[in-house]
Design a binder for this molecule. Structure first.
Ligand code: SF4
Length: 213
């Protein structure tokens, strides 16, 4: 079982190609300026059986997914079930040889054996806490301290060109379900409050937002 905040496919703003995105619930790191405060509470979200997530992954692969992105929250707070899920997801295979990208707020030297075991199952990792004082144009990252580190041959093949890649406008997706609007990607500082104001001017007001709680 994994505690999940949300799942989305296709994700095109967090990693190369089209991807299944899984946001895990629970984060103790409390970075000031975090845009995903709805993921902090470890009791929030929903318990999802690993078999159900593998089924979603299998469906995404059948639809041509290039990879899996696991974010949060802090995914390594659920290291053991996450490692089990990644093993089962890897066994699905896929014609496109899908890659696994993991986000963590931890630095590599903070990881214990259990958490390192998750990295051993990923092709690339983005490390480090979000630091609001270090805005960046680095692709797929929220602040300049965060590193994109390829971990496998597949990871080097897909990600080595992007470790220092800077963009003028970060890729952003908007997704909606019955109740929520999600911003997928890493919006630049101030973008979300601007979006909130623009929608309010059009008569659309949010009941609550994940970047201000
Ligand atoms: S930015 Fe990431 S690591 Fe930092 S508090 Fe938010 S979810 Fe946790």
């Amino acid at each position: 079982m994994l505690r999940v905040n949300r799942v989305h496919h296709p994700v095109t703003a967090l990693g190369p190609g089209t991807r299944l995105g899984i946001w895990l619930q629970g984060c103790p790191l409390a970075c000031p300026g975090c845009m995903s405060r709805d993921t902090w509470d470890p009791n929030g979200g929903t318990d999802v059986p690993i078999a159900e997530l593998v089924a979603l992954w299998r469906r995404a692969v059948a639809a041509g997914a290039d990879g899996l992105t696991v974010s949060g929250g802090e995914p390594l707070e659920q290291a053991e079930p996450l490692a089990r899920f990644l093993d089962e997801a890897r066994a699905v295979g896929g014609d496109q040889e899908p890659d696994f990208l993991l986000y963590t707020g931890f630095e590599l030297d903070e990881l214990d054996v259990t958490r390192r075991a998750v990295l051993a199952r990923a092709d690339a990792v983005v490390t480090g806490r979000y630091q609001v004082a270090l805005p960046t144009g680095l692709l797929w990252r929220g602040s300049a301290n965060q590193q994109l580190i390829p971990l496998t041959d597949l990871g080097r093949d897909r990600y080595a060109a992007y470790t220092d890649f800077v963009v003028d406008h970060p890729p952003i997706q908007i997704a909606v379900d019955d109740e929520r609007l999600f911003v997928i990607g890493v919006p630049p500082p101030g973008a979300l409050p601007r979006l909130e104001r623009a929608l309010r001017d059009q008569g659309i007001a949010f009941r609550e937002v994940a970047w201000r709680r």
